[in-house]
Design a protein around this ligand. Structure first.
Ligand SMILES: Cc1cc2nc3c(=O)[nH]c(=O)nc-3n(C[C@H](O)[C@H](O)[C@H](O)COP(=O)(O)OP(=O)(O)OC[C@H]3O[C@@H](n4cnc5c(N)ncnc54)[C@H](O)[C@@H]3O)c2cc1C
Ligand code: FES
Ligand code: FES
Length: 1353
């Protein structure tokens, strides 16, 4: 209960703030509510989205404006509404995406440009990106490219690959006059492209049929800052001018906004456990995800006593409440104005802050919050400790005191030297001295917006005019439960000279100073330890270099110091990234094509403008229905256990709770499953994975439902064995049957004939879909005849319908499933959402009221499964000239606790084990492992990315074994026209060679190969790598799913409504279908509308998946439209479309028609290896170049060129968007995204904080995509090809470029020959593969001698 009586503060206050210019006065606000919930639920402004709830995705971004009386101006900040407590908005003006423009009134240029530049696919991230950009423009109407890229650091998009967003927004920047803004180091990219073309290097020569314009800048609305909404004059008095203390009291939490600092201190004395909250970026996460309760909050952020900076004799003093942005800007200004030597510490802080969270967090998080959270991976604390900063703290009774930030400041995990009553007032950040050097380092999973794995800050001071160490401090984060100082190392270095003898001494001391147990939380033990000495090495060289420069300056007055070899300078050069740029080339429509025939033209996604304005409605944006309840899930906490009891009694007593729902309430069958019925809707006797649904609580709000669900007590009794990993499954022979096999040729003979044989084992990890919109459903019972309506974010409405009917025990004709759009899906919404729609249906049936659920990100990640992790064991026979004769491969996939689509995924993996090569003798065997983890499922590529990874790995190894270049060996073995695959399909119309040759030419591969080798010869600690990867991707569903239906209505006003069985998840399917209908009916696309997908209009649909939907539904729509056109033919002699339609209507001609299509000739029997599994193939090639930092494992993609065969593109903008988006998703799979599981099968990586998908800064710096010209496909609609999945495989070019770079690093250290590199190539894997003296210092502990913190599935 809130401590109302102890506060001494008077009655409850009204919360007053403005939203989009309208005043909101709330006398009864709940302090636990976030701004996002308030906007979405109370104000019905659903433009801002919930993507994660932890500040990690930016989908919820809004602009918060406040008047600053000191600066006498209004400050506009982009803020994460999901972390902003609603009470913190008192006195502020909030602007949401709805407040800046709409399709109904006037679009804001920020909304228009992202849409027209094709930067919105599913659109779920779009409002957040729009608001980040809008805020930047409010502060800087003409930003530069660096500001643009920094501003978007805190926003994620899973669909677009970011390039089109940057392209659209580049038009606002200073540099926008050229396409790259003239920012490329080698001149404007267009000049470069033209030059390349002139040299005949593009492969896609710039003839008049090739276009590189996907949008017209001239069509954009101009930005006119004077048109923007004004700040409410009523708020001009500003923050801090409240004369009275405000108090907001909720159900469980009281929020006090004190009028004076004296009050803060008094309150802290009265209630020491009261929490101070400023940015809430720590506390918000603790409350939401770590079950922390803080019943009493003091919000002092507005008070001037902690909001200031002041120059002193020794440095700059900052108020504890200053935000990270403020700290950064103030220090940056000081760096610009003060002598260099004074600001070395400031420079280290500013450099560190480039990688500190995203802009939205930096705008609210404060210095005091960062220090006093006492996180062991705080980025600032190592710096402040090494700098020996002092802080002033104050308490009501003790007054003020100065505390030094030294090794005693953090006595234990999340503890500080402050007493509970004390409040931090300020921090002194000192100047550095002339003979003092300061640098800081950080390595994270992702460079931008990520917390550190290890960070470090080093300071050294020399005796005047010498290289003798007078004082040194070394602090580390991520190496202990607190930030630590390596004091013994420091002590042993003092008095030594900064020369080459120092390094081994320092490294050896650091090893002793910073021990880590092999079971330490966070894992990555050898990597973390290696980073400590690697960072020090960077510092060592950096300082050595500076000392030498200084010696030069001192004209030999001191002895010359050890020099830094030129090739070693690569160790410490600062990371700098040029603005991203690229070209996209495609074939224009033939001359003479009707102007209003949109097929082949780059038209914008039909919903893009609505997505950019927040008007597009996703499932959870639908208005609340009278009587609606919210479902909170009770999830298993055990991987394999008997359920002893379930006790909901405490939950049922909690506020707002309606009832508890479990297996006992299922009116139909509790046994369910999308393919085979091997699952339970609610677990009954036992659970077989963590995250399985055991029960659910219905309550009036999400908060009440979720809180009550946590209060349900489930007793378990562990069962054995607990099978978590693939190795566990192999040990226990836990496989789903049958074990499928594809066999061709004679392996025994082929291996005998082979000159060499290569055997190996590799692993590729799983991948979380991370669609920005988590799974969501609303189920509405209609009362009559058991009718039930399901609104759901799913790719597969029919499966949701059928399984809901089954669990309810009613025929499918009583259940309608409706899908308007999804905020991304990628295969993750094909089957697994049934788990939530089924339990919602049971709950709705029980109470006969509408039930809503939208999973929190952590729930979604735990429940809904992901891409299968694979283990591959292979044996390859080949000739010394590189020809591969035989492949014997066993694939093992971790399928989880139910079969779901895992057999299909494995079947596809077996079919794709040849990648893009013709191998005469093959045996591919697939074991689908049954484990105690959440059931894994479809994901873009459906087994292909894993299979291709193995193939491209062994073929690269074959090349190295043969001493031939990798691209030559790929060429020798590459598939060509007429070749027969290992599944006995003859390749017809094979475009692979063309893609390969054009891409090699376009990328200038051979020249760049020489340049890369040259670079590597000159640099020891940074290495570059280059790889070219071809791809061949068969398109088809398995068996009977290759069918599709459509329904087309023509209304008497001439407008057309198209419905088909496919769903819109951002991939532009509806846009393409409208283009198809427009061409057939010969009317403009503006006359055609698609409103939704529903099972009562087009029944028995296949899932929207397998890159096939345009082919299937395109044909179905075409057939339906052709039927209508035939019926209209008698009326077409004169008049217009409208006249024909009216005439036909009055003649009683049916103006509605269905279309049905089934792909001919697809039938494949895997047992007999007979038939045709695919309709046709998509081909492509990518060339990628990377640079790695051998000391940290960091990497950058310098350039990627793609040539992709998509037949005759239906819509080049959509297709290029799919290629770039898939490429970046594949890039995440192969380099970054890592599932972290405990040995007990508990998923640790449950949100964007720990699970990293690529961000804006991860895209290739140069990204060039060309669609292959003149390659029509006679097997699909209007000669097009499917495109959704194939390009994901091309991202493996980055992985193999990284591996290429590592080879060079290893060679320099004396390690020759092939080596194993599993996927993803994370910083940890890259660093540890670059073996050197630092990695040798930290050998791994003997496996089996300890329990690791995390395991690989
Ligand atoms: C998505 C995300 C990314 C992040 N990335 C990074 C990162 O890259 N690097 C990094 O270091 N951190 C990161 N953080 C952590 C966090 O943002 C910072 O630590 C931030 O500075 C905390 O400040 P705050 O004002 O939001 O703290 P709050 O949550 O408001 O408070 C945090 C703690 O500090 C205490 N406190 C605050 N001010 C005072 C005071 N004056 N006196 C006494 N106690 C006080 C509070 O009582 C509370 O215990 C990230 C957080 C999120 C959510
Ligand atoms: S929902 Fe707020 S940052 Fe993700
Ligand atoms: S468009 Fe960005 S997440 Fe879908």
């Amino acid at each position: 209960m809130p401590e109302k009586s102890t506060t001494g503060v008077g009655a409850k206050s009204d919360l007053v703030f403005f939203v989009n210019g309208k005043k909101v006065v709330d006398p009864d606000v709940d302090p636990e509510m976030t701004l996002l919930t308030y906007l979405r639920r109370k104000l019905r402004l659903t433009g801002a989205k919930l993507g994660c709830g932890e500040g990690g995705c930016g989908a919820c971004t809004v602009m918060v404006s406040r008047y600053n009386p000191t600066q006498r101006k209004v400050l506009h900040l982009a803020v994460n509404a999901c972390l902003a407590p609603i009470c913190s908005l008192h006195g502020a003006a909030v602007t949401t995406v709805e407040g800046i423009g709409s399709t109904r009134t006037r679009l804001n240029p920020v909304q228009e440009r992202i849409a027209k530049a094709h930067g919105s696919q599913c659109g779920f991230c779009t409002p957040g990106i729009v608001m980040s950009m809008y805020t930047l423009l409010r502060n800087h109407p003409t930003p530069d490219m660096e500001q643009l890229e920094t501003t978007l650091q805190g926003n994620l998009c899973r669909c677009t690959g970011y390039r089109p967003i940057l392209e659209g927004y580049k038009t606002f920047t200073k540099e926008s006059h050229g396409c790259c803004g003239g920012m490329a180091s080698n001149g404007c990219c267009r000049d470069y492209q033209c030059e390349q073309a002139a040299n005949g290097n593009t492969g896609n020569e710039w003839d008049e049929n090739v276009s590189k314009e996907l949008f017209q800048v001239s069509e954009f609305l101009p930005l006119d800052p004077t048109q923007e909404p004004i700040f409410p004059p009523e708020l001009m008095k500003g923050e801090g001018s409240d004369e009275r203390t405000l108090k907001f009291v909720g159900e469980r939490v009281t929020w006090i906004k004190p009028a004076t600092f004296k009050e803060v201190l008094e309150l802290k004395t009265k209630i020491p456990r009261a929490k101070l909250v400023v940015g809430n970026s720590e506390i918000g996460v603790e409350v939401k995800f770590k079950n922390c309760d803080y019943p009493f909050i003091i919000a002092p952020g507005h008070l001037p006593e902690i909001n200031f900076h002041r120059y002193t004799e020794h440095g700059i003093t900052f108020g504890a409440g200053c935000t990270i942005t403020y700290l950064n800007d103030t220090l940056a200004e000081a760096i610009d104005t003060l002598p260099e030597h004074q600001t070395r510490l400031f420079a280290a802080i500013v450099e560190m802050l480039r990688w500190f969270a995203g802009r939205q967090i930096r705008n609210v998080g404060c210095i005091g919050g960062n220090i006093l959270t006492a996180s062991p991976i705080s980025d600032l604390n190592p710096i402040f400790l090494s700098a020996g900063c002092t802080m002033t703290v104050m308490s009501h009774q003790g007054g003020s005191r100065v505390v030094k930030m030294d090794h005693t400041f953090f006595p234990g995990y999340r503890e500080t030297a402050l007493t509970p009553e004390e409040v931090m007032m300020s921090l002194d950040v000192p100047f550095t001295k002339e003979n003092e050097y300061f640098l800081a380092y950080k390595q994270a999973r992702r460079r931008d917006d990520d917390i550190a794995i290890v960070n470090a800050a080093f300071r050294v001071q020399f005796e005047e005019g010498t290289n003798v160490i007078k004082d040194v401090a070394l602090s580390f984060g991520g190496m202990a439960p607190t930030t630590v100082m390596a004091r013994n190392t420091a002590n042993s270095l003092i008095g030594l000279k900064w020369d080459n003898d120092l390094l081994p001494e320092a490294c050896s001391c650091l090893e002793d100073d910073l021990p880590l147990s092999p079971s330490v939380p966070g894992g990555m033990v050898e990597f973390r330890r290696t980073l400590t000495t690697s960072f020090f090495f960077k510092f060592f060289l950096s300082v050595q270099q500076r000392l030498n420069l200084k010696v030069g300056g001192l004209s030999g007055s001191v002895v010359p110091f050890d020099d830094v070899p030129p090739s070693y300078r690569s160790a410490y050069s600062l990371y700098h990234r040029e603005p991203s740029q690229g070209t996209q080339m495609y074939q224009e429509v033939p001359k003479g094509q009707r102007r209003d025939d949109a097929v082949g033209r780059p038209i914008m996604h039909l919903s893009a403008l609505k997505q950019a304005t927040g008007e597009a409605v996703y499932t959870d944006d639908m208005p609340h229905i009278q009587g609606e309840l919210y479902l909170g899930l009770v999830l298993s906490k055990k991987a394999h256990a008997k359920i002893v009891s379930i006790d909901p009694s405490e939950a049922l007593k909690m506020p707002g709770v309606e009832t508890f729902v479990s297996a006992e309430d299922v009116p139909g069958s509790n046994i369910t499953g999308p393919v085979v019925k091997d699952e339970e809707a609610f677990a009954t006797e036992k659970v077989t994975c963590v995250g399985q649904i055991v029960g659910a609580v219905l309550a009036d709000t999400q908060a009440h439902a979720q809180r009550a669900a946590k209060a349900v007590v489930v007793q378990y009794e562990d069962l054995g064995p607990k099978i978590i990993t693939i190795e566990d499954a192999i040990l226990h022979q836990s496989f789903y049957q049958p074990v499928n096999k594809i066999e061709k040729g004679n392996l025994v003979e082929a291996f005998e004939k082979s000159d060499q044989i290569l055997e190996g084992e590799l692993r590729i990890g799983g991948q979380e879909h991370f669609y920005l919109e988590t799974c969501a459903a609303i189920v509405v019972p209609h009362g009559e005849d058991g009718e039930m309506e399901i609104f759901c974010s799913t790719q597969n409405p029919t499966t949701m319908q059928m399984l809901a009917a089954k669990v309810l025990g009613i025929p499918a004709n009583r259940v309608v499933c409706r899908v308007k759009r999804m905020g991304g899906a990628f295969g993750g919404k094909e089957t697994r959402p049934f788990a939530i729609t089924s339990v919602c249906a049971v709950a709705a049936h029980k109470v006969q009221r509408p039930v809503r659920i939208m999973l929190d990100r952590d729930e979604d990640m735990v429940i809904t499964g992901r891409r299968h992790p694979f283990l591959g064991r292979y044996k390859v026979g080949f000739m010394s000239d590189g020809r591969v004769l035989a492949l014997d491969i066993s694939l093992y996939s971790n399928a989880g606790n139910s079969l779901d689509l895992s057999h299909g995924v494995m079947c596809q993996a077996l079919l794709r084990s040849d990648s893009a090569y013709t191998i005469p003798n093959v045996r591919a065997v697939g074991y689908v492992c049954k484990t105690n983890t959440a059931s894994n499922t479809a994901f873009r590529g459906f087994g292909a990315p894993q299979a291709v990874f193995f193939a491209e790995s062994w073929i690269a190894d074959v090349a190295i074994k043969c001493g031939i270049s990798q691209h030559k060996v790929r060429e020798i073995n590459m598939c060509k026209e007429g070749d027969v695959t290992h599944y006995n399909m003859t390749l017809e119309g094979c475009q692979l060679q063309r893609c390969w040759e054009e891409c090699l030419k376009q990328s200038d591969f051979l020249t760049r190969r020489r340049q890369v080798d040259g670079f590597n010869g000159e640099n020891r600690w940074k290495k570059r790598g280059l790889a070219a990867i071809p791809t061949k991707y068969g398109i088809a569903f398995i068996g009977s799913f290759n069918q599709a239906g459509a329904l087309v209505h023509v209304y008497t006003d001439g407008s057309v409504l198209v419905t088909h069985g496919g769903t819109e998840m951002g991939q532009g399917l509806h846009t393409k279908m409208v283009q198809v209908a427009g061409r057939v009916l010969k009317i403009p696309t503006s006359r055609i509308h698609i409103s939704e997908t529903s099972t009562n209009t087009v029944p028995n649909t296949s899932s929207t998946a397998a890159s096939l939907s345009s082919d299937l539904y395109g044909m179905a729509v075409k057939i339906a439209c052709e039927t209508i056109l035939q019926r209209l033919e008698p009326y077409m002699g004169k008049g217009s479309w409208d006249d024909w339609v009216r005439a036909a209507y009055f003649d009683r001609v049916g103006l509605s028609a269905t279309g049905f299509y089934r792909t001919p000739g697809i039938e494949y029997d895997i047992q007999k290896n007979e038939g045709r599994p695919f309709s046709y193939f998509c081909y492509g090639t990518a060339v990628s170049e990377v640079e790695i930092d051998c000391l940290t494992g960091d990497h950058t993609v310098l350039r990627t060129d793609i040539v992709m065969d998509v037949g005759n593109s239906l819509n080049p903008a959509v297709d290029i968007g799919q290629i770039e988006g898939a490429f970046l998703q594949g890039y995440g799979l192969y380099t970054m995204e890592e599932q972290v599981y405990s040995p007990d099968g508990v998923l640790y990586s449950r949100g964007p904080g720990m699970y990293k998908i690529p961000g804006f800064a991860d895209i290739p710096i140069h990204f060039n995509v060309s669609l292959l010209r003149g390659a029509p496909n006679d097997k699909a609609i209007f000669s097009s090809k499917g495109v959704g999945e194939p390009p994901i495989l091309l991202a493996s070019s980055v992985f193999f470029a990284i591996k290429d770079a590592i080879y060079s690093a290893r060679a320099d250290a004396g390690y020759k020959g092939i080596f194993r590199l599993d996927s993803p190539a994370t910083a940890e894997r890259i660093r540890m593969a670059c073996k050197d003296q630092f990695t040798a210092q930290f050998p791994a502990a003997e496996p089996g001698s300890f329990t690791p913190w995390a395991i690989k599935l």
